[in-house]
Ligand binder design. Structure first.
Ligand SMILES: *[C@@H]1O[C@H](CO)[C@@H](O)[C@H](O)[C@H]1NC(C)=O
Ligand SMILES: *[C@@H]1O[C@H](CO)[C@@H](O)[C@H](O)[C@H]1NC(C)=O
Length: 995
């Protein structure tokens, strides 16, 4: 495509993002006034197009092949002769090295799931002297035969551009290429050679690419080879030559089409057309007749210049009138030849311009640039017409407008969109991580496809779409400073190619619940909240210690532990301030509103409402007010509170007095604390979660000492890793069950709420799937990690395997306790993050027993060097495991009503990730989207899941990891926590929820 030199300003981009959000987009319903944002087309995918609609990707020879074994062409000569005309002084001598790497090119297309590939043939590769008399280079012919065969073998339809601006230098030297009518014969002969050699497999021929650009840049301003213009070094005449070159291109095209139709079309059964640049023009002043006429003139001079002859056999009247004898005329035979010489129209659409009349200023020297008497701009005042991108501003609705204009005024030709896309800045300006996370490119293609769909609904006969480009390549006139690819290319080692996010097209648990591999959200573009029941709840979660800060709250175990053992947290931090939600709860709710969350799971800080941990120590009414205010703010905004009663933050008084959950006295204190909450908040809170992940408190607080109270065998303050974790688990279960019984007895009926608890849900896959020992180990892992709690809650007792292996280290439930615990769930809360490969470790009996080794299992994320799923900071996630654990629970635990109370993924924390990258969290979108996809499958399988809470509403203090991991859909500045910014995942989630 032809574009001005790149002007890239991050500041402008950021600013314009806001502006762009208020612009309109063709949504799939073709009505829209919506943001230019692909999030709005989540419902939108190829199923919105006809079955025989073709999706492909495009390149051209000079931009990708490299010069190896190819005779000199105009671009070789020009880039070496005038390096200063390309911003990075580069040539395409190597480019993507597709001469050697054509199989890799096809592999990229396969990975892209492209149905078609538009590429061009390098004239001087097959005819080194430009004409048949100079000899055919059979090596060049073989190259294209190999490429075409590789495409056909992979079921990819070749669309071949015969000429994409790379004139053999011999013809340039001899008669100045398209400036001379002799080109018509040479071009036709060249094309015929291609029909003869490749026409058995190539069924779509494009004679020329954008003849407008060659005429105006090669002969108008000299910015493309042959670099001719009025005043240019090698001569030229910008007032006449562009029109001659355009004329000869049209004649070469038409003669070739006539030849193809006469000699090849019938036997080969192909189609032939040409590709024009398609720009649309909107009057700068929409009430000004002069600007309206200028817009019409712009179309006629830029598109009509070629399209009028092709459809009607002559140039637009306005061009004839304004240019006089500078415009060549078609003889009657030529006119007849050109008229109708399109089996299809190829259209490259990138931009729409505001157009103003410039009739008043008559330039002293005429030129193709000023002949239309128009001024083109992307801005109305300071408002851009659309989305500001590097090198241009794009406006998807213009795509629909030009297609409608062509439909109405040019007989609705069969049309292929042969290019459409957007650039990123090139080498040196964009780190590879950002280059690969090209969310903006996804939005560009998706919004244009949305408008294309509208144009088709309006009646346009469009049959295919080719993304520009398959891969980053040499961008004519801009060298390597712009990257248009769906695949990234390392131009110093072009076999190093990597698929960008825009190119990904893969499935996981897809909405149809059939797919196995890999995890990517792109396949769930059809997928949003409408795939879930109307009463399914989407929310976000946090917990008190992680966000509130310590202000006005009595000491708890985490306060004590983080200050006493700073070395146990990698950044030696505590949550004394965290997100300062104590002061900023209204801002927290504002984030939820922006997220369109229907529910908020938060926890109450026990020592904020009961500073001494028990009623006898007094109630802190200030703390009660804080939660009343928060709950009221939620209710006011229509957000349902889901309250966790205990999220690991034990009042230090109870820790000091009897070691918290290690002592049975906790049961009474916990129940009293919970009852206070029911009394004070139960009128508005209808979902209560007694405990968060009792497994973690037991194993980390009392097993390895990595959480408060930091107890373990050999730990500073004592402990016994072989017994205490089981006691703590037992007391947590009893505290939970006693609380549930109390709620059911005294509050449930009047308040009408539900009460449950939240377990960590991990799934386990045998490391060796044919090993009986590993299979048993996987079952054991589930029983020791999930069943430990879920079995008592559902069946009233621990799993048999635990009882057998642990003996009297495992507490027993008295019959009354068993009855109390059994069935003490109105719903199950499940936090799912990971699935492990699990191997048997029965052979090595450790000398000192510990909760860590008791299950005799080895957990890993890797089978050899292959990760089980997507490698993320701090863990590897595997969405299908989500479906598997839900199915396991459904089948083995009576299919309880379930809420997914946490699910998410972390980015690295402070200092490791620039804010720009932190906000562009495409990977988090993929994490949530792929899990939601698998969740949908699990629901389709029969699981009774009624809600999903993203962990987390915002970045916060990640227990044990301090601020080194960020799980939020909103970014938080931890030195100034009122500075919060929505990440892309938050934008995505809000769109997902509202669809
Ligand atoms: C696609 O299919 C439709 C409906 O069968 C047909 O009318 C149309 O001509 C086909 N388009 C192409 C390009 O084959
Ligand atoms: C737009 O054009 C109309 C009609 O010529 C004129 O009255 C008006 O002032 C113009 N607006 C601007 C902003 O120039």
């Amino acid at each position: 495509m032809a574009i001005p030199k790149a002007l890239y300003s991050l500041a402008i981009l950021v600013l314009l993002f806001v502006v762009a959000s208020s612009q309109t987009l063709c949504n799939p319903e073709c009505k829209a006034k919506e943001p230019f944002n692909c999030d709005n087309v989540l419902t939108f995918n190829r199923s919105g197009f006809a079955k025989n609609f073709t999706f492909g990707a495009a390149t051209s020879a000079y931009q990708i092949e490299g010069a190896a074994y190819r005779a000199l062409n105009g671009w070789d000569y020009y880039t070496h002769r005038y390096p200063e005309k390309v911003p990075d002084r580069s040539s395409a001598d190597l480019a993507c090295d597709s001469y050697h790497l054509y199989k890799e090119d096809v592999a990229l297309l396969v990975k892209l799931k492209a149905q078609a590939y538009r590429f061009s043939i390098a004239w001087s590769r097959v005819l080194p002297k430009g004409r048949l008399s100079g000899g055919i280079d059979e090596n060049g012919i073989s190259y294209y035969n190999n490429l075409i065969n590789e495409l056909v073998k992979n079921g990819i339809e070749p669309y071949v551009t015969i000429f994409h601006w790379d004139m053999p230098q011999t013809l340039e030297d001899e008669y100045k290429g398209f400036l001379d009518k002799r080109i018509v014969e040479d071009f036709t002969n060249y094309a015929e050679l291609l029909f003869q050699r490749f026409g058995d497999r190539v069924k779509f021929w494009i004679t020329l690419n954008q003849p407008y650009s060659l005429a105006t840049k090669g002969y108008g301003d000299g910015s493309y080879p042959p670099g001719r213009c009025t005043g240019c070094e090698f001569g030229g005449n910008s007032a006449t030559e562009p029109y001659i070159v355009a004329h000869n291109q049209l004649l070469a095209h038409a003669t070739t089409v006539a030849l193809y139709r006469e000699r090849y079309k019938k036997s080969q059964g192909g189609k032939i057309g040409t590709t024009l640049i398609g720009r649309w023009f909107v009057p700068l002043n929409e009430t000004s007749e002069a600007d309206k006429a200028a817009s019409k003139r712009a179309f006629d001079f830029i598109v009509g210049w070629f399209l009028d002859p092709l459809v009607y056999g002559d140039y637009p009247e306005i061009m004839k009138k304004m240019l006089g004898d500078r415009l060549p005329t078609f003889e009657p035979k030529e006119s007849a030849l050109v008229k109708g010489s399109l089996d299809f129209l190829g259209l490259n659409y990138y931009v729409t311009h505001y157009t103003a009349d410039a009739s008043i200023s008559i330039p002293p020297i005429p030129s193709v640039a000023t002949d239309p008497r128009i001024t083109l701009t992307y801005y109305r005042g300071t408002d851009p017409i659309g989305v500001v991108a590097p090198s241009f501003v794009y406006y998807p609705p213009g795509f629909r407008m030009i297609l409608n204009h062509i439909r109405v005024n040019y007989g609705n030709p069969l049309t292929y969109i042969t290019e459409n896309g957007v650039a990123d800045p090139g080498n040196g300006n964009l780190p590879i991580g950002e280059a690969l996370a090209d969310t903006k490119r996804i939005q560009n293609h998706c919004s244009h496809l949305s408008c294309l769909k509208c144009a088709i609904a309006d009646g346009s006969k469009v049959a295919g779409y080719f993304a520009w480009s398959l891969m980053d390549n040499y961008e004519f006139g801009n060298g390597y400073t712009l990257r248009f690819g769906m695949n990234w290319v390392n131009f110093t080692n072009p076999s190093d190619r990597r698929q960008k996010d825009s190119g990904k097209c893969q499935t996981v648990c897809n909405p149809e619940c059939k797919a196995k591999e890999p995890f990517n959200c792109d396949d769930v573009l059809t997928f949003n909240r409408s795939g879930f029941a109307k009463n399914f709840t989407f929310g976000a979660a946090t917990s008190a210690y992680q966000i509130e800060g310590a202000a006005y709250r009595a000491l708890n175990g985490w306060d004590y532990y983080t200050h006493r053992y700073p070395e146990k947290v990698p950044d030696r931090s505590s949550a004394d301030l965290a997100c300062d939600s104590y002061h900023l709860y209204k801002e927290d709710v504002a984030l939820l509103v922006k997220l369109k969350a229907q529910a908020y799971r938060f926890s109450i800080a026990w020592s904020r409402v009961l500073p001494k941990g028990r009623l006898s120590g007094g109630i802190d009414e200030n703390g009660i007010s804080y939660y009343n205010n928060l709950i009221n703010e939620l209710v006011k905004n229509g957000i349902e509170p889901y309250v966790t009663i205990f999220h690991w933050d034990m009042p230090q008084t109870l820790e000091d007095e009897y070691k918290g959950f290690l002592d049975k006295r906790i049961v009474e204190d916990f129940t009293n604390y919970a009852e206070l909450l029911f009394q004070r908040f139960g009128d508005r809170v209808k979902f209560w979660i007694t405990l968060n992940q009792p497994y973690s408190l037991a194993t980390k607080g009392y097993g390895d000492g990595s959480y408060p109270p930091g107890r373990c065998t050999g730990c500073e303050f004592g402990g016994n890793s072989a017994t205490e974790p089981y006691i703590v688990a037992h007391n947590q279960l009893l505290a939970h069950a006693t609380t549930v019984a109390l709620y059911r007895e005294r509050y449930k009926k009047s308040q009408g709420g539900k009460i449950g608890t939240t377990l960590i849900g991990r799934w386990f896959v045998p490391l060796n799937e044919t090993s009986e020992a590993d299979k048993a180990a996987s079952k054991r892992a589930f029983d020791f990690i999930v069943g430990w709690f879920l079995d008592p809650l559902v069946y009233g007792d621990y799993p048999e395997i635990m009882k057998k292996m642990l003996g009297d280290r495992l507490p027993t439930f008295e019959p009354k306790e068993s009855a109390l615990v059994k069935g003490s769930l109105d719903f199950l809360g499940l936090n799912y993050y990971v699935t492990h490969y699990t191997a048997d470790a029965s052979i090595s009996i450790p000398p000192i027993p510990s909760v860590a080794t008791d299950p005799r299992i080895t957990l890993t994320y890797y089978r050899g060097t292959d990760p089980i799923g997507v490698v993320a900071p701090s863990f590897v996630y595997y969405p299908p495991g989500f479906r598997m654990i839900l199915n396991h629970i459904r089948v083995n635990y009576g299919n309880p009503l379930t809420y997914i109370t946490e699910n998410g993924v972390a980015d690295p924390g402070n200092g490791n990730l620039p804010i720009g990258e932190a906000l562009a969290d495409t990977k988090r979108i993929q994490n949530h989207c792929s899990h939601l996809s698998c969740l949908k499958c699990a629901i389709a399988d029969g699981s009774k899941v009624a809600g999903y809470f993203a962990w987390s509403l915002m970045d916060n203090y990640e227990f044990g990891n301090g601020y080194t991991l960020r799980f939020g859909m909103n970014w938080v500045n931890f030195t100034n926590p009122s500075d919060r910014r929505q990440k892309d995942s938050g934008k995505w989630y809000s769109t997902f929820i509202t669809k």
